[in-house]
Design a protein around this ligand. Structure first.
Ligand SMILES: Nc1ncnc2c1ncn2[C@@H]1O[C@H](COP(=O)(O)OP(=O)(O)O)[C@@H](O)[C@H]1O
Ligand SMILES: [Mg+2]
Length: 271
């Protein structure tokens, strides 16, 4: 099932509007002049070779790093009061690249953690909600199940359930299926589409995985490490045909570029 086959794609209403964004660390600019819209209820891909700044862009979008300009639902996110920013930020669910669960906590407690931190619900309600979120991602397990007892794919699902605990409108996923076998990766893709179609979640994901990019993403951008800006935008499918940028072609077709050291990591080499 692809996003196109389900008939459900973005609504055409921008959820995020990024204009002239520059980001980096200290004086080191990672990307500049980054402008793009993310449609509400779309599955949006952030693409590019290793080290081009995909994870940093994600962290900037959720407000962990200071951006130049960022709008959420037409509201100036960064210039809002700290209180308001926290309020907006609470509508984001995030699974970081390292997406680790707390290993000393049960899977259920991992999902319950944001509810314990940010709501005043009583313990019984929190437990019920955590179980509900787990069932939403297709997991039904004993309350005492520890993350170490789960497969890699199941742990990713717990991470997504945790990101969904506060009913976010936007779900950020940094390389959600990296390292999973193709079947687990496909199941995770199906889950992402279900979350968008069933709950209207806008998904912004960093991914290298061609099946995910081509199968479920409606739209996206390609960040270039060399020029340090966006060099292609649109659906990953449309990028297959990119004739202007060898680096985009190489990424989308898993080709190797001429052996400049800088380009060797594109698409994580031999994956
Ligand atoms: N905490 C940090 N401090 C300084 N530089 C960083 C930090 N994290 C990442 N970088 C650098 O920023 C660039 C982009 O990193 P990152 O966003 O992780 O890339 P990607 O996710 O596309 O692989 C890289 O050159 C990386 O070395
Ligand atoms: Mg990264």
């Amino acid at each position: 099932m692809t996003a196109t086959e389900t008939g459900a794609t973005g609504t055409g209403v921008p959820k995020f509007r990024i204009e002239g964004l520059a980001f980096g660390y200290g004086d080191a600019i990672v990307q500049h002049d980054v402008s793009f819209d993310v449609d509400d209820k779309s599955i949006f891909a952030i693409m590019g070779g290793s080290g081009c700044g995909k994870s940093t862009l994600m962290k900037t979008m959720i407000g962990l790093l200071e951006p130049m300009a960022i709008h959420v639902d037409d509201e100036d996110y960064w210039r809002a009061t700290e209180e308001r920013r926290a309020e907006i930020g609470r509508r984001f669910g995030v699974v970081f690249q390292s997406g680790a669960l707390w290993s000393s906590m049960t899977a259920e407690d991992n999902v319950a953690l944001p509810l314990r931190m940010f709501t005043r619900l009583n313990d019984a309600m929190i437990k019920d909600l955590a179980r509900l979120k787990l069932s939403l991602v297709g997991l039904d397990m004993a309350p005492s199940t520890m993350p170490s007892e789960l497969s890699g794919g199941m742990r990713r699902r717990v991470g997504i359930a945790r990101a969904l605990s506060l009913d976010p409108g936007v779900l950020f996923l940094d390389e959600p299926s990296a390292g999973l076998d193709p079947i687990a990766a496909k199941r995770l893709d199906d889950l992402i589409v279900e979350l968008r179609n069933g709950f209207g979640v806008t998904v912004i994901m960093v991914s290298h995985e061609l099946p995910s990019l081509l199968g479920i993403c409606d739209d996206g951008i390609f960040l270039d490490a060399e020029s340090k800006t966006v060099i292609a935008r649109g659906s990953p499918k449309s990028m297959l045909e990119d004739k202007q940028h060898p680096v985009v072609r190489a990424f989308m077709h898993r080709e190797r570029l001429a052996p400049e050291p800088h380009h060797r990591s594109i698409g994580d080499g031999n994956r």
